[in-house]
Design a protein around this ligand. Structure first.
Ligand code: PMP
Length: 399
């Protein structure tokens, strides 16, 4: 007798987010009073700038914001996003080419839903942010990993992309600055990759959520700025979460050709409707108000970036490229695997991360969450003192 599965097989196949899992474990240990230092979280530790909070308070008092907005977002916010897109991604779009989403995460999910047919392949530069393969699989697509290691500064080449291309290749994912590596593609590389996608009629989903967090005077040029002809086959994903320390507010957006945005609007009108009206008003304040606090946060991240790279590179076995964006560093720690500490011999970074938590009370996310084993992701979005203390604990552990 065949049994009907109790739950959806598609949903049952989703893995729990590994980054949230490590963070939850670290927080549970902290709750027991253990002095755990966690480099696991993917969010700024700063409060949201005060003028944004004030705009939200004002909005909450205004009965107008107690109602639905259009499913695609407040017209003023869509306009502000169009202006931001011109400013930072160098592409001119109308407000009808913008949809406001419940965070970049919803943008990513919806983008694959709207572009993919069953069996379509998506090229995913690896290491990748954990959510992408799940979002692709949920849209009945097939993720095709293309791996670039530390010696390539975690950046894929056109040759690698071409080797992965098949007749089923529908979408290229492009993420610069990258989570988990912090790597930023140069304008030349971005252009070369964009031209390759254009030549082969491949859609690009470009996740630009970290575009304002770059260092050393580097600019993360948008792939549509590098190759303007790509605009008709590119969806740009972005949001306020990382730049303005607004992870909890849940405002993101997608920008793209009008037909795709219309399709996204239809999907979203049945999925979630509009994003929280008050949060949308806060996002208008973020995008159109003073940018000095965002700049101060960026400078703090820059300082911490230099600190963590130099401290981690003091550890024999850590090979840590200096990232130029986001707030992550991604050392190659393969040299540590197979060695023993306190009677434990980790052979994978999953085991190494456990050992670090058990023996040094330091949490980092193992590479297995983002692709191959052999790497650890450290977020440096935490206070300078903790940042240094955690690195010193690892220096002592691995001495
Ligand atoms: N894209 C990337 C690369 C991210 O790292 C994140 C957050 N971890 C997101 C999108 C989603 O951000 P949010 O949903 O908080 O706007």
């Amino acid at each position: 007798m065949t049994q009907t599965p109790r739950l959806s097989q598609k949903i049952s196949a989703i893995a729990e987010s590994a980054t949230l899992k490590v963070d939850a474990k670290a927080k549970a240990l902290q709750a027991q009073g253990r002095p755990v230092i966690s480099y696991a979280a993917g969010e700024p530790d700063f409060p949201t700038p005060q003028h944004i909070v004030e705009a939200a308070i004002e909005a909450a008092r205004d009965p107008k914001s107690h109602r639905y907005t259009p499913a695609a977002g407040l017209p003023d916010l869509r306009e502000a996003i169009a202006e931001k897109t011109l400013r930072d991604s160098g592409v001119q779009v109308g407000a009808n080419q913008v949809i406001v989403t419940n965070g970049g995460k919803q943008s990513v999910y919806e983008a694959f839903q709207v572009l993919l047919n069953p069996g379509d392949e998506v090229i995913v530069p690896t290491p990748f942010w954990t959510t992408y393969p799940e979002a692709i699989t949920l849209a009945d697509g097939v993720p095709v990993d293309v791996f670039a290691d530390a010696s390539q500064n975690y950046q894929v080449t056109v040759e690698q992309l071409e080797a992965a291309r098949t007749e089923r290749t529908k979408v290229l994912l492009f993420v610069s600055p990258s989570n988990p590596t912090g790597s930023v593609y140069s304008p030349e590389q971005t252009k070369a990759i964009g031209e390759w996608a254009l030549e082969h009629g491949i859609w690009v989903i470009t996740d630009e959520i970290y575009q304002n967090l770059t260092y050393d005077s580097v600019k993360a040029i948008s792939i549509v700025e590098a190759v303007p002809e790509l605009a008709g086959q590119t969806l740009l994903v972005n949001g306020v979460a990382k730049t303005y320390a607004m992870t909890g507010w849940r405002v993101g957006w997608t920008v793209g050709p009008a037909d795709a945005i219309k399709a996204l609007g239809n999907l979203q009108s049945h999925l979630s409707g509009n994003v929280n009206n008050i949060a949308q008003r806060a996002a208008i304040a973020a995008l159109t108000g003073p940018q000095d606090e965002a700049e101060q946060m960026r400078q703090a991240f820059d300082r911490r970036r230099k600190l963590i790279v130099s401290e981690l590179n003091k550890i024999d076995g850590f090979q840590t490229p200096t990232p130029q964006g986001a707030f992550y560093v991604y050392p190659d720690v393969t040299a540590l695997l197979g060695r023993s500490w306190g009677g434990v011999t980790p052979t994978t970074t999953l085991e190494l991360a456990d050992l670090m938590l058990d023996q040094a009370e330091v949490a980092a996310v193992p590479g297995e969450a983002f692709g191959p084993s052999g790497y650890l992701r450290f977020s440096y979005a935490l206070g300078d003192d903790s940042l240094l203390e955690g690195a010193q604990r690892l220096q002592r552990l691995f001495a």
